[in-house]
Ligand binder design. Structure first.
Ligand code: GTP
Ligand code: MG
Length: 395
């Protein structure tokens, strides 16, 4: 029986569509939930994909001694710390809900909120309702926030315009510069923190994915850790052209501050991103992403760091360039501290848009194991963790 041409064409199209459908169903796919990082390269291994448990060393678990209030005698002097604006209340509540759910409801460490203006009653009421722990609300003194007297506003305006043209994010936003300076060298001087040694920095709108069952502050103390991070990235070299030259100037005056087991090689790696290294004048631009930070304030309060911060502050780069607290903290801790005291909290699932730390653990929910970013593919090249693993070990 003769079949007309249109019918034959239709039949062929149907067959092609059917085969395409079958192929879609059975095509080979990566193991579900796992996206390989691209920075680790062929034959190299992303440690986020390894089964992840709790860190080695002494751990302290929840007990009735962590109850809220004065009966919580197991807590050490430590606080959850957030610099936040009143307008970011919803984002702050989101971060609090995640951190309380995964960790703090077991330990009830106090929250300390900082702002350059007073917190509203709504902010206080709603954040208090998000935790059983104590909440404190602090205003930053003007002398910790305002542009210092030796900075010229005119020069700031000119520099900001130039940086903006070079594509430096937030370069013309004065408050962003103030925020970076405060996070670099001011927050731990606030009288409200005088009795605290450790802090966990929390920003609005971040996510925590994994149940953590041990007291992370005690972990830091009992295992001699000074600084803890989750994500490490390359920085925008245009924001810090003179940070490393200023650091070298400082080191030539104070060679005694460099620790014998420093992570200098990590700071000066040129192979990871040669162009960044060149534009940043000898600094890899690798840094710990400080929107997550668990650290010992004794380090920031040490003479070495105080001298370093004052040197940088006088040099003017917090305003005439756009030095971030991330490279400043990272350079300091990598130079002046034993690198073994820097700890990768691989077990704390975390996201600040657009990057993740998502371990391979049954304790984690809501993130994709090993995924560095859910943003554009070019963001994969920002991942500096491989460099950290190469030079500094796993800490
Ligand atoms: N109170 C107050 N908080 C601020 C100010 N500027 C920034 N912050 C807080 O400082 C932290 C960092 O600021 P962000 O604007 O998130 O900076 P960022 O993380 O580099 O930028 P994003 O990638 O856009 O999130 C956040 O917790 C903000 O809420 C400010 O002028 N006043
Ligand atoms: Mg942020």
């Amino acid at each position: 029986m003769a079949v007309s041409r249109p019918v034959r064409v239709l039949g062929l199209a149907a067959l092609v569509m059917w085969l395409f459908f079958i192929w879609q169903l059975f095509k080979p796919s990566p193991p579900s939930g796992i996206l390989p990082g691209t920075q680790f390269g062929p034959g190299k291994h992303d440690p986020n994909l390894d089964a992840t448990g709790e860190p080695e060393g002494k751990l302290t678990y929840a007990s009735p001694d962590y109850a809220p209030g004065p009966s919580g005698t197991a807590r050490i002097p430590a606080t959850l710390l957030a610099l936040v604006r009143n307008e970011e209340l919803d984002g702050m509540l989101q971060s609090m809900h995640d951190l309380e759910r995964t960790w703090n409801h077991k330990f009830n460490y106090p929250w300390t909120f900082f702002n350059d203006v007073p917190f509203t009653e709504e902010f206080k009421t709603k954040t208090r309702a998000a935790t059983k722990a104590e909440c404190r609300y602090e205003v930053i003194p003007r002398e910790h926030w305002d542009m210092p007297s030796w900075i010229s506003k005119e020069l700031f305006d000119v520099s900001a315009k130039k940086l903006k043209e070079q594509g430096v994010q937030y370069a013309d936003m004065l408050s962003y510069h103030q925020m970076c300076r405060w996070n670099s060298g001011m927050f731990y001087k606030h009288p409200a923190l005088a009795d605290y040694q450790y802090y966990w920095r929390v920003e609005p709108n971040v996510h925590f994915f994994c149940d953590v069952d041990y007291d992370v502050f005690r972990y830091m103390r009992d295992n001699n850790k000074t600084y803890g991070f989750t994500i490490s990235l390359y920085d925008s070299p245009e924001s810090i052209p003179s940070l490393w030259p200023e650091t070298l100037k400082f080191l030539s005056e104070h060679p005694e501050y460099i620790h014998e087991n420093s992570a200098m090689e990590w700071l000066t790696d040129k192979d990871g991103r040669p162009e960044h290294y060149a534009k940043a004048n000898g600094y890899s631009t690798c840094h710990f992403w400080t929107n997550f930070e668990i650290a010992d304030m004794s380090f920031w309060r040490s003479k070495a760091y105080e001298d370093y911060f004052n040197h940088l502050d006088r040099a003017g780069g917090f305003f005439y360039e756009r030095w971030g607290d991330a490279p400043v903290h990272s350079i300091a801790v990598a130079l002046f501290e034993d690198k073994n005291r820097i700890h990768w909290f691989r077990d704390i699932g975390y996201q600040h848009i657009p990057f993740f730390n998502c371990p391979n653990s049954p304790k984690c929910k809501g993130c994709v194991t090993g995924r560095l970013t859910d943003g554009e593919p070019f963001l994969y090249k920002e991942d500096c963790r491989p460099n950290w693993f190469k030079y500094a070990g796993m800490g």
